[in-house]
Design a protein around this ligand. Structure first.
Ligand code: AMP
Length: 312
């Protein structure tokens, strides 16, 4: 029996796992999958991004959903369009051997008509950003009154972005007896409040140490005066010619400014922040994934949860 089989996954999922080349379940998968498969429970899971969270909720969700019914049974809320698309892609990969299962992404900045059409064709799983989701419920385009599972991914970030009211509204359109699974990297008071208000006796799991970084990342820091920050950044890049990096800035303006300066100075840089059009954001992300952009200058919010390999 493989380690994934031992978690209780069915053959459709096990075949997808084999195709994906996953060999060992990650800690969050090991802890959450058996719990979620065994029973109808509410769950609060504290886990960093990049720990395999999507499969931790995606596998049980896919296995529990009735793919023969066209009803929307699972809703995954995530903070940004990028993350929403990434989760959708992962869920589609995981469910490739499940006949009839349809996963649709709903997010702002793109045609609502196209998204409505996809929903109309029948989507058992919907992955959405809160703003667009609320909008579509309001317009009667989407019905989540028969939802069985609601997943709040990156809950802390969604609340940071001010989505509390939207989330509250969305949840009020779902049945009381559904299961809610909340995943968050950190546990600020606001997240605890959501858990308390909208969940019933949630089971709790923590992966790694609370509020800590992953140990596959080596941390270094340099103390420089404000005026020397940009030169220090350039020097870091110059001393690592093959650098493939994300530069975080606090504000959108800083992001834009630093990226523009880097480009002027001949570096392969690009900015990613919430004021760019969706089209521009896609272009930047695609160039970054293809390594045409070596330095992605981003706000924390825009870059949260983005999965790119081989960052220097
Ligand atoms: P996530 O934290 O869900 O964004 O996942 C991060 C990356 O790890 C994604 O590219 C997943 O496809 C991959 N991944 C998830 N689970 C496993 C696993 N058990 N073994 C290897 N890779 C995995």
């Amino acid at each position: 029996m493989t380690k994934f089989e031992a978690l209780g996954l069915n053959s459709a999922l096990l075949n997808a796992v084999t195709d994906l080349g996953f060999e060992t379940p990650s800690e969050v998968q090991e802890k959450s999958i058996p719990l979620l498969l065994e029973d109808e429970i509410d769950l609060v899971a504290l886990a960093q991004t990049g720990t395999g969270k999507t499969a931790a909720f995606g596998f049980p969700l896919i296995q529990k959903i009735d793919s023969q019914s066209r009803t929307t049974q699972g809703l995954i809320l995530s903070p940004t369009r990028e993350l929403c698309l990434q989760i959708t892609k992962e869920i589609q990969l995981y469910s490739k051997y499940v006949k009839g299962l349809n996963t649709v992404a709903i997010y702002g900045g793109a045609s609502i008509t196209d998204q409505a059409r996809q929903i109309k064709r029948g989507a058992q799983i919907v992955v959405a950003t809160p703003g667009r989701m609320k909008d579509m419920i309001g317009r009667g385009i989407i019905d989540i009154s028969k939802l069985d599972y609601c997943i709040l991914d990156e809950a802390d970030e969604m609340l940071n972005m001010g989505f509390y009211e939207d989330i509250k509204d969305i949840l009020s359109n779902t049945p009381k007896d559904k299961s809610t699974w909340l995943f968050s990297a950190t546990m600020p008071r606001e997240v605890a409040t959501i858990a308390k208000k909208f969940m019933h006796n949630p089971k709790e799991i923590t992966v790694g140490t609370k509020n800590s970084g992953v140990d596959t990342v080596q941390h270094e820091y340099y103390v420089v005066g404000g005026r020397d920050r940009y030169s220090a950044l350039k020097r870091l890049s110059d001393s690592n010619p093959g650098i493939f990096s994300v530069v975080f800035c606090r504000t959108k303006r800083d992001t834009q400014r630093v990226a523009e300066k880097l480009i002027e100075d001949g570096y392969n840089a690009g900015a990613l922040h919430g004021d760019l059009s969706q089209n521009q954001r896609d272009l930047v992300m695609n160039s970054f994934r293809k390594k045409q952009i070596q330095m992605l200058v981003a706000t924390d919010v825009a870059a949260r949860g983005i999965d790119v390999d081989d960052i220097t």
